[in-house]
Design a protein around this ligand. Structure first.
Ligand code: GLY
Length: 612
């Protein structure tokens, strides 16, 4: 029983934080800090990759063994994920890569942190009111999630090769080789793939017309409803695309043979794309967002990620009321109530203020300033849950009563090398299997990232997120994202070594999952493999629902006959008990062997780290 359902350990860990006598992490009554989820000593590595599929982690390890650095490993892992997690991310999507570079044979102004933004951009047809006024799309509530109008210009190939050329060390052909091999030789369909494919097959049956519109998708990825765990899936078309990218670089994708077939796929779906829309795509290099938390420097992703700002604000609120917060027993209803109320404040600001800063004014400094964060923290009432109107600077809109469907889109990977370089990289094609649009001859899937825009201002998106008119579509604009790749340095100094690399998949759950694993690691000292496995909560302001993972909800509230769920409901939370829709990967410096790292791939998706 993992941490005896989390609470006893978390209670003890929390007491350790506030100085109770028997409660230091690793003391009696608590699993030793060096114990993994499997009950064995937590393995440590001098270099390691943690992805949500073991074959992808192994692709990265191959690069480290060849003398490559963390960027080489991350790029190889990402291309491999395109193949083995085709429903989560891929060359038809986009992503954010946060690189902490401390050593490179050709670069000297180090250490440096680089935020590479290769999020998709809206095509030229994407007027702000398109989804409300277009005669066809306005009548199709799924127009921004499935089909050619859901597709934004992909950034992954440009972004990965940008990272490799500037910050990697190995040749393009070397880093692409494992992905090509997996696509050609095939890989075993695992439980996560099989269940995601089953949901997608049901979705195609539930929507009249999908069977013919998305026949290629169904044939390649679902085997027309017959794909099962243990089957071998070969992706010959994707292997051909990867070979062209290996030979000709990003031009193969954006201008060459692959581009022609992307145009063909979109034209068949009713979208005419000018060649420049694809050919002009460029990744952006951004300054990371930074804050200090308990003496450590936290580096995270700036807008168009919303995750970085929400993370910085929420950590700030915890610090602003540190004495009080540290007095709560961990994972007790007061601790979870505080976390939920803080998240409601910062997610309300997400809805109101955040969008692509290249197009609208995003007040990042004001939102993350100490004064603003202290004011938000002061609003948290420990005696009751606040209504949505009382949180952040919200938009006035009816509350969404809908439920958020299970989703396996998005993938996060972490990599560290033995020089101490580190990469946190989150990538997505948005919802599971993206737009369902397959590129002819190459078979890879195109994203449905248009749904991350505010496509219909009076309605939430597929993740139940309400978003402001600042996030309306516009040609060349990037949709707001929750992807939150994050790196924590061991001290609040620019030259401190990396202590934690973390990030997640799961739509808005990305942010809350990343935050809770960061707290598990940095506050409670929980080893990486267990930090990612712990039960979690989620609140995103609207819908006004507190999601609690079943194990946590059913845990006894310390010192009470009630469960945690009952105690939270008594505070006014509308709780929903179930699974966590979030998958977190993390790498953490070993507290006992400072030149080694622990690694955790979230058991929820069946991933496994690979290192040595
Ligand atoms: N498509 C999920 C996200 O970027 O937040």
């Amino acid at each position: 029983m993992m941490y005896r359902l989390g609470l006893p350990l978390l209670f003890l860990a929390f007491c350790g934080l506030v100085g109770c006598s028997s409660a230091k992490p690793g003391s009696a009554g608590q699993p030793p800090a060096a114990t993994s989820t499997a009950g064995k000593a937590e393995p440590t590595y001098r270099h390691v990759v943690a992805a949500d599929h073991e074959l992808a982690s192994l692709a990265g390890l191959e690069m480290l063994r060849k003398g490559g650095n963390a960027v080489d490993a991350a790029v190889a892992t990402s291309f491999a994920l395109s193949v083995v997690r085709p429903y989560s991310c891929g060359i038809g999507g986009g992503g954010f890569m946060l690189v902490r570079l401390v050593h490179h044979p050709k670069l000297h102004d180090l250490p440096r942190t680089i935020a590479i933004d290769y999020r998709e951009v809206a095509p030229g047809w994407a007027r702000s009111d398109f989804f409300e006024t277009d005669p066809v799309c306005s009548k199709d509530p799924d127009a921004s999630t499935r089909g050619a109008h859901a597709v934004a210009i992909p950034g992954t190939v440009a972004g990965l090769l940008y990272a490799l050329e500037r910050y990697g060390t190995l040749p393009r052909s070397t880093v692409l080789e494992p992905a090509i091999r997996y696509a050609e030789q095939g890989f075993a369909v695992d439980a996560d793939y099989a269940s995601t494919a089953e949901r997608a097959w049901k979705n195609t049956k539930d929507h009249p017309g999908y069977a013919s519109r998305f026949a290629e998708f169904s044939r390649i990825y679902l085997k027309d409803g017959t794909i099962r765990r243990g089957d071998t899936l070969r992706l010959a078309g994707q292997a051909a695309a990867l070979r062209l990218i290996s030979r000709d670089g990003a031009d193969a994708f954006y201008k060459g043979a692959i581009a022609s077939d992307i145009f063909a796929a979109l034209t068949a779906g009713g979208v005419k794309l000018p060649a420049a829309d694809l050919g002009d795509y460029k990744p952006r290099e951004l300054s990371p967002l930074e804050c200090t938390f308990r003496g450590k420097r936290v580096l995270t992703f700036p807008p168009p990620s919303s995750g970085g700002i929400v993370l910085v604000q929420t950590l700030g609120m915890i610090d602003a009321r540190r004495t009080e917060f540290d007095g709560f027993e961990y994972a007790s209803s007061p601790a979870l109530h505080f976390l939920a109320e803080a998240l409601k404040q910062s997610f309300a600001d997400r809805s109101h203020y955040l969008a692509d800063p290249a197009f609208v004014d995003v007040p990042t400094l004001e939102l993350t300033s100490g004064a603003n964060v202290r004011e938000l923290a002061a609003r948290i009432d420990m005696s009751r849950s606040q209504p949505p109107d009382a949180c952040g600077s919200h938009i006035a809109a009816p509350q969404n009563k809908g439920t958020i469907p299970p989703d396996a889109g998005t993938s996060h990977l972490c990599a560290v090398d033995s020089w101490g370089n580190a990469v946190a990289c989150t990538e997505t094609i948005n919802l599971s299997f993206g737009s369902y649009v397959c590129v002819p001859n190459y078979g890879f899937l195109l994203n449905d990232q248009m749904d991350d825009f505010t496509t219909r201002p009076d309605k939430p998106n597929a993740f139940g997120l309400r978003q402001d008119v600042r996030n309306l579509p516009a040609p060349g604009k990037q949709p707001l994202s929750s992807m939150s790749p994050t790196i924590v340095l061991a001290a609040d100094r620019k030259d401190s070594p990396v202590e934690l690399v973390v990030g997640a998949s799961g739509g808005p759950w990305i942010i809350t999952g990343t935050l809770q694993v960061l707290l598990n690691s940095e506050v409670y000292g929980i080893p990486a493999s267990q930090a990612v496995a712990q039960p979690r909560i989620h609140h995103q302001w609207m819908p006004d629902v507190l999601d609690i993972q079943t194990e946590l909800a059913d845990s006894p509230e310390p010192g009470s006959k009630r469960t945690v769920n009952e105690a939270l409901r008594a505070l006014g939370h509308k709780t929903k008990v179930g699974k966590s829709e979030c998958v977190v990967q993390a790498i953490r410096r070993s507290p006992t062997k400072p030149d080694k790292f622990e690694a955790g791939s979230d058991p929820r998706k069946g991933g496994k780290p690979a290192g040595e």
